[in-house]
Design a protein around this ligand. Sequence first.
Ligand SMILES: Nc1ncnc2c1ncn2[C@@H]1O[C@H](COP(=O)(O)OP(=O)(O)OP(=O)(O)O)[C@@H](O)[C@H]1O
Ligand SMILES: [Mg+2]
Length: 345
Amino acid sequence: MSQIDIIKQLAINGLENDQEQLKETLRDLIDYSRKTRKTNFALQLQSILQDGIRRQNLGGLTTVGSKRYFNSIEEKEMEDLVLEKLTSDYTMNNLICSKEVRNNLNYFLKEQNSAKMLNELDLPISNKMLLYGPSGCGKTLTSYVIAGELKRMMYVVNLGAIVSSKLGETSKNLSKLFRRAAQENCIIFLDEFDSIGKVRDYDQDHGEMKRVVNTLLQLFDFLPKETIIIAATNQIQMIDDALKRRFDMTLELDAPTLTEIKALIKLTLEKTKVKFDNQKKINAIEKKCIGLSYYTIQRTLLTAMKRSLLDLDTNIAPKEFCINTAIWEQLIDKEKNNIEKQSQK
Ligand SMILES: Nc1ncnc2c1ncn2[C@@H]1O[C@H](COP(=O)(O)OP(=O)(O)OP(=O)(O)O)[C@@H](O)[C@H]1O
Ligand SMILES: [Mg+2]
């Protein structure tokens, strides 16, 4: 069956409300997408199908348009832990980092791709990674790169939200989430990991948080070999030593060096036909960028690019144009001043 035939069949099954046939046709489309190398699309469909079946089995789902209503409160609370469930097209080419970090990441990916061989030799496979470093230096990006390179679906878990929300069900829900991720062969990305790791020793009314940390420790210890956990924090010093020890790989993603700044600029402008109007000044501006995050450098560069374009006062996109180097320099100076002011406070 061609893709068009499958889609027509899906429409018929949907309109006739034939649930069983609809699932069959969806499975055909998943197979077809895999064969035609639309891996992420296949993963997303697979996940939609699994979620649908699970909710039907719970008997708690009513679908109204694109909105879902859950009768099961537990299901709903667990859904609240998950910020997003996503696939990614990012690859190692999207990430600028030190040689050491790249080397380690490549080994991590290789280990995952060679899991069968390593299993045969009874060698443990690294599956728990801790990323730390200042804001805007690629922790979230690295998690997307890993999901993209391994072609795996990823649950982004909102640990910050757990701390600020009622904690009662959290341990139970985390356990459920880990179980589900294992069933679905998903990566779990625990962002703002410090918000959960740091509180174990606090005296106050944090009994429940201690339980959550202990649950996490246990979940880590009994994690199925196939499940990958990536945790990210910009406050590594806040994290409980017992938790830190559980990770197979801990990587620091720091602000870029001069070489990395140059690579970032090249990467950012790669797909455009844009140049700087004053190339001679670029070396000096790049040096000024030292101390700023990848994110800030990229954002200021894109802003300068947009403003230079808007200053042309045209509605027709030019094939080539120049970035007004002075605009970028001003933006960088402002960012550096802000940092200085903050450090004086
Ligand atoms: N190492 C990097 N290589 C290339 N681009 C980067 C890098 N780090 C950051 N960026 C750019 O900045 C954006 C934001 O980075 P990211 O969200 O990964 O930062 P983060 O470390 O997770 O920050 P936070 O601690 O605030 O969550 C990325 O989407 C990317 O465009
Ligand atoms: Mg982040």
